[in-house]
Design a protein around this ligand. Structure first.
Ligand code: PEP
Length: 293
């Protein structure tokens, strides 16, 4: 059989060009820009408002929620907004969400590299996709058996890889009623304090989420939340350093929504929120706009 080298090389070039066009057609369009609104009240530390979508939705409902957020108006300039989406929806959201809202994962593994860790997601893989935050130690994961030591290991890996972390802590109703709130929260923070350097803490936000308030419609009053936030800051000052304690942002989470956000966010030591149910609706933006102006 004779081979026509000229037509073979022409075919090869056409194939390569088609492949190139196909791959560039596949790369996602740039994310829509979003917009920021001036806020004369800078706040001491600025605010972080996270939406926790939990294990909710389909690709179609995630796309619809992205559209709602994209059309929801400007974000006050001192508020960092992040949505923690189910892992399966991360690429979809990263390819379409306005660029002034960052994307978080809801967990990552304690494995410090890729490899034989079936079912885990390595923090570096999240960064590789464009994810910049991860929620760790959420009470729903603690209820599934995660210890504070494991959460601390995950924090260390995530921070080392370059992710920012929302580290969740919070007491159960029985613990609150027994007067153990400060003790419980301290015991949840202590393993992380052993693992993380002061510089590492610069990448961490603490989310104080009383377990009895998550998904129940019962919110801590602004005074109750403020009291625990202050205790957390005091604990951080004694156990990590006064500078870290002064600068670390502490979010409140637990049935926070547009209707109660202003009261909570007006408190001295409350630097944002982690929002579950309300982050699945346009009310998420009422929380964002609840920051002091
Ligand atoms: C959460 O999931 O972290 C949370 C605070 O949920 P909700 O706002 O629904 O109570």
């Amino acid at each position: 059989m004779s081979v026509d080298l000229k037509s073979l090389s022409t075919g090869l070039l056409v194939g390569l060009a088609a492949g190139y066009l196909l791959s560039s057609a596949r790369s996602p369009p740039p994310r829509p820009p979003g917009s920021s609104a001036p806020n004369p009240s800078r706040g001491k530390r600025g605010y972080v408002v996270g939406g926790n979508w939990k294990c909710n939705g389909t690709a179609a409902s995630a796309a619809a929620l992205v559209e709602t957020l994209n059309g929801a108006g400007p974000i006050p300039e001192n508020v960092q907004v992040v949505v923690a989406v189910p892992s399966v929806h991360v690429p979809l959201v990263l390819g379409s969400l306005r660029s002034d809202i960052e994307v978080a994962a809801q967990d990552c593994g304690a494995n410090a590299k890729c490899g034989a860790f079936t079912g885990e997601i390595f923090a570096g893989q999240l960064l590789d996709l464009g994810v910049t935050w991860v929620v760790l130690g959420h009470s729903e994961r603690r209820a599934a058996g995660e210890s504070s030591a494991l959460v601390a290991d995950k924090c260390a890996v995530a921070v080392k890889e370059g992710l920012r972390v929302m580290l969740c802590v919070g007491e159960s109703l029985e613990e609150r009623e027994a007067g153990l709130t400060a003790q419980v929260v301290a015991s949840q923070l202590a393993p992380a304090a052993k693992k993380l350097s002061k510089a590492d803490w610069g990448k961490v936000v603490i989310a104080y989420e009383p377990v009895w308030a998550i998904g129940t419609g019962k919110t801590a009053t602004p005074d109750m939340a403020q009291e625990t936030h202050k205790e957390i800051r005091t604990w951080m000052s004694k156990n990590v350093g006064a500078d870290v304690a002064a600068s670390i942002q502490i979010q409140y989470g637990g049935s926070m929504k547009g209707a109660n956000a202003k009261g909570l966010l007006s408190k001295e030591d409350i630097d944002g929120g982690l929002i579950g149910g309300a982050s699945l609706t346009a009310d998420f933006f009422n929380v964002i706009n609840g920051v002091p102006m």
